[in-house]
Write a protein that binds this ligand. Structure first.
Ligand SMILES: CCCCCCCCCCC/C=C/C(=O)SCCNC(=O)CCNC(=O)[C@H](O)C(C)(C)COP(=O)(O)OP(=O)(O)OC[C@H]1O[C@@H](n2cnc3c(N)ncnc32)[C@H](O)[C@@H]1OP(=O)(O)O
Length: 393
């Protein structure tokens, strides 16, 4: 059996890194949503695979293979190999599992995967001690590490912790550092009476030289990178929801492992009111968590949930009385942080890994749709209304 497994693994690797990945990409679809990776990005990624310093392992090679086939040939269109043709059957299964994923989305996922592989094979050391942590660029985010817990705190209470462009960048950097530090658990929480009021709507008022189109392009790219960090985060990720939550701070909760909320919290995704559409993979995670009709009421009609309702729907793990919220939650997290960290990481991997490709595809699609939405009259009018103090949620 071991011999068969060894032969399988050897042939497998040569099969995967053989023909399909080394064949120059021919006849690929060019165009599609401009937000997604270009043909050139894809070709570069195909070349980059051959330069990886570390063998990414069979599972990843299988993903690369499947994405390559989907990106170049579209959905699996060849007959399923026979039961005993192990290698080709496994490859066929991986390709077929991508279903009707578009060529463009597959190309984007391939580029993203290669970029993550290149970055991790270049990272100098797996552990970054908390003391060496680069502090965020602005005071609006505070990152601390104590008792095996890295806490990322939104710290803009006067603006209800609305997320500025700088804060998105700082959260990305904080998550990247936390994924490599010595802490066992990472927490996101807010200062003051709000958890977070979502995207700072004034982000859209600083028009770059390229105008609205360029603003929408760069916002969509930032959104995609931001959400990718949550999808890929390797350790237990806990949201300590200390008050009302709005917009993107709610949608990304589906990517957290555990969500604790005060009974003062509420959960509001008013995308239609804002002329926008769901992000943070919520178009996929919310129907999965709460069923499609409850998800639709939140994401289409902007129904605001109380903490108890969100808990009953499965979005929140547990609700605590506001008076004892901080004490109870932190005591519990401190106890959890003493559990063996590698076991927690591995368990998270098992729970989440099979969903990752799907989540990346959903994230790319949601960002692409929002890019268009942000240039619409519906969205511009809603933001102008808020800024001119005519509208509030
Ligand atoms: C070019 C690059 C750009 C990059 C951007 C990246 C883009 C990624 C975007 C991802 C998509 C995200 C979508 C969302 O998150 S949608 C949700 C957006 N949020 C809102 O619409 C909330 C708006 N705020 C309100 O309705 C109310 O403020 C709120 C109900 C939250 C609280 O009301 P309350 O009466 O209690 O408090 P105030 O209104 O007086 O608020 C205090 C001050 O805070 C300011 N504030 C609050 N929230 C926001 C916000 N989201 N954006 C900007 N400013 C906000 C509010 O204006 C007050 O300010 P002042 O004291 O100066 O008046």
């Amino acid at each position: 059996m071991a011999g068969l497994a060894g032969r399988f693994a050897r042939r497998w690797c040569s099969g995967l890194l053989g023909s399909p990945l080394q064949v120059p990409a021919l006849g690929l679809h060019v165009g599609g949503p401009a937000m997604l990776a270009s043909q050139k990005d894809f070709n570069n990624a195909v070349s980059q695979v051959k330069l990886l310093k570390e063998d990414p392992g069979n599972e990843v090679k299988l993903k690369l293979y499947a994405l390559y086939k989907q990106a170049t040939e579209g959905p699996c269109n060849v007959p399923k190999p026979g039961m005993l043709d192990f290698i080709n059957k496994t490859k066929w299964d991986a390709w077929n599992a991508l279903g009707s994923l578009s060529k463009e989305a597959a190309r984007q996922n391939y580029v993203d995967l290669v970029s993550r592989l290149s970055a991790s094979s270049e990272s100098p050391s797996p552990e970054a001690p908390a003391a060496d942590r680069k502090q965020p660029e602005s005071d609006s985010l505070v990152v601390t590490s104590e008792d095996g817990i890295t806490t990322i705190r939104l710290n803009r209470p006067a603006k209800k912790n609305a997320l500025t462009t700088q804060m998105y960048h700082d959260i990305i950097a904080a998550l990247q550092a936390a994924s490599k530090d010595e802490s066992a658990i990472t927490v996101l929480t807010g200062s003051g009476d709000y958890y977070c009021s979502g995207n700072d709507l004034t982000n859209f008022t600083h028009l770059p030289a390229g105008g609205l189109e360029e603003m929408a392009r760069s916002a969509a790219a930032l959104l995609r990178d931001f959400v990718n960090c949550f999808i890929d985060f390797p350790k237990p990720l806990v949201a300590v929801v200390n008050g009302p939550a709005v917009g993107i701070s709610v949608t990304i909760l589906g990517l957290f492992d555990v969500v604790y909320a005060t009974d003062r919290a509420s959960f509001h995704t008013p995308f239609s009111h804002l002329g926008q559409s769901p992000e943070g993979c919520s178009s996929y995670t919310f129907p999965k968590i709460m069923g499609s009709s409850k998800a639709a009421e939140m994401l289409l009609f902007g129904k605001k949930l109380t903490a108890q309702e969100a808990c009953a729907q499965g979005l929140v793990t547990e609700v605590f009385p506001d008076g004892t919220f901080q004490k109870e939650v932190w005591a519990r997290l401190k106890a959890y942080s003493k559990l063996p960290p590698n076991a927690m990481r591995i368990s998270k991997q098992i729970i989440r890994n099979r969903e990752k490709e799907k989540l990346h595809a959903v994230n790319a699609e949601e960002s692409s749709v929002l890019r268009e939405r942000w240039q619409s009259d519906e969205c511009m009018n809603a933001i102008a209304s808020f800024l001119s103090r005519k509208a509030k949620l």
